[in-house]
Design a protein around this ligand. Structure first.
Ligand SMILES: Cc1cc2nc3c(=O)[nH]c(=O)nc-3n(C[C@H](O)[C@H](O)[C@H](O)COP(=O)(O)OP(=O)(O)OC[C@H]3O[C@@H](n4cnc5c(N)ncnc54)[C@H](O)[C@@H]3O)c2cc1C
Length: 442
């Protein structure tokens, strides 16, 4: 009898697990099912470049139905797991909830933005965790330029529309603010009515430094480089309020900002606490180095596996992350997904499983067109060649050749034609024009 393997979440870790299982197991050995509300795996490192018009949104996601041919896809969310009875409750995107019985479960539900109860944030800010958010940010920025030109220069409303705030100075935050700054600078050529000095970009970081993944020296270089390009970096500063778009900082500084992007941390999805899976103090599913889910005492649960951002997997490499666990990044999610597939296949065949041991390969970030940073151990590269390294690394890292071609093709197109500044904000209300002129029964 084929074993039923249920993968909950088809992002990085889930996609790579299913891809690996399809290669390793015959159809008679396993039936693979992925549940995810989205039909694609999103390549999140590309989000800042999607927001800045350097990558087409659809090129930054991978359609599971095209590339996972033997995996059954269920469009929906798992909202309950009873591992004691090996049942997951699935709430499909359409239709009634139902129970799904499995032999093995893989929990790879990733993470969501972690916010604090700061006034105005829940109502006014947007995250940078989904392709939809990145598209929304891009359209909003261009739309704001369009709106600003019809307002008198020097008016408070025009200043508000041209002010962007990003909260959080980790990789995602720095890449986001620098890509947006670079995009806005490019936009100024098409909007001669707006001056460079009118566009304000603020990065707010509570700690005394940015990008903990790189050395202090490299981080300081990024601060200097971005300040020179027109980003104001507020270190040792907290956002106190964003009510109505009015930003108040812990330093006492105040200004109005229309676009507020929150990138200050991630957390596992809260529904996991309502399952019978062992959960760590910060809401992660407890995993072992073999990627099996374990109790707090370290006892492995039979047929339960986890990987990626949602998991708390001990980092047994020579360069462990903070707290001794693998940090939430794509490097780990991809490699854990690959190993997870091998370990499940090995377990089904009665063979031994391996431990996850990955030494950090370094970090690379794009900081707007033609500049970036790369750091591996003590070696650091800054500026144009680091940016090239960023593009080559990520262009080759997005899964499947079909997607690699689209991404590289887009970059080549932009090299000759410059990036696309088209704003299709109206896509948020696609029926508006039809409704306006549609005949209705009298
Ligand atoms: C802007 C940005 C830039 C980044 N850049 C880098 C980088 O340069 N390098 C790097 O290493 N990392 C980077 N990361 C981090 C990296 O993208 C994540 O660590 C990685 O995506 C984690 O993979 P995952 O599989 O755990 O989660 P995800 O890829 O987020 O996948 C989770 C999936 O689970 C699904 N899901 C959620 N809940 C349910 C449910 N209840 N039922 C079913 N399905 C569910 C979701 O729809 C999603 O498809 C970046 C992240 C961001 C946001």
């Amino acid at each position: 009898m084929a074993k039923k393997i249920l993968i909950v979440g088809g992002g990085y870790a889930g996609f790579y697990t299913a891809w690996g299982l399809e290669k390793l197991l015959r159809a008679q050995e396993a039936e693979i099912t992925i549940v995810d509300p989205l039909p694609y795996m999103a390549y999140l490192p590309f989000l800042p470049e999607v927001a800045s018009g350097s990558i087409e949104p659809r090129h930054a996601v991978v359609a599971r139905r095209r590339h996972l041919r033997r995996t059954q896809n269920i469009a929906g969310k798992v909202m309950g797991i009873s591992h004691a009875s090996k049942t997951a409750t699935i709430v499909p995107n359409a239709g009634e909830p139902f129970d799904f019985s499995y032999d093995h479960i893989v929990v790879t539900t990733g993470s969501v933005s972690r916010t604090f109860p700061i006034p105005g944030i829940a109502d006014r800010a947007i995250g940078m965790k989904t392709i939809e958010e990145a598209v929304g940010v891009r359209d909003r920025l261009v739309g704001n330029f369009e709106r600003a030109v019809s307002l008198p220069a020097g008016s408070p409303e025009r200043a508000r529309l041209l002010t962007v705030t990003v909260v959080g100075g980790g990789f995602a935050g720095i890449e986001t603010i620098s890509e947006l700054r670079s995009f806005a600078t490019a936009l100024l050529r098409r909007y001669p009515e707006i001056t460079f000095d009118e566009t304000k970009f603020h990065l707010v970081e509570a700690m005394g430094r940015i990008m903990p993944e790189v050395s202090q020296k490299t981080a300081d270089w990024v601060v200097r480089d971005q300040s020179r390009r027109g980003v104001e970096i507020h270190l040792d500063t907290q956002l106190s309020s964003a009510t109505g778009g009015k930003i108040e900082l812990s330093t006492g500084e105040q200004y109005e900002s229309d676009l507020i992007v929150w990138t200050a941390g991630v957390m596992p999805r809260p529904f996991l606490r309502d399952t019978d899976l062992p959960i760590g103090p910060r809401g992660h599913v407890i995993g072992s180095p073999t990627l099996k889910i374990t109790t707090e005492a370290g006892e492995a649960l039979e047929g339960a596996w986890t990987a990626g951002d949602t998991s708390q997997v001990p980092d047994i490499s020579s360069t462990p992350g903070p707290g001794g666990f693998c940090v939430p990044n794509a490097q780990h999610a991809v490699r854990q997904g690959r190993l997870l597939a091998k370990n499940i296949a090995a377990e089904l065949r009665g063979e031994g499983v391996r431990e996850y041991n990955h030494k950090n390969a370094g970090a690379v970030a794009g900081l707007g067109l033609n500049t970036g940073v790369f750091q591996s151990g003590k070696f650091a590269m800054k500026g144009y060649f680091a940016w090239l390294a960023h593009r080559f690394y990520h262009g080759l890292a997005i899964p499947t050749w079909e997607r690699k071609w689209r991404v590289f093709g887009g970059w080549v197109g932009h090299f000759f034609l410059s990036r696309d500044i088209v704003n299709i904000e109206a896509v948020e209300t696609p029926r508006a024009i039809f409704e306006e002129f549609a005949s209705r029964p009298k």
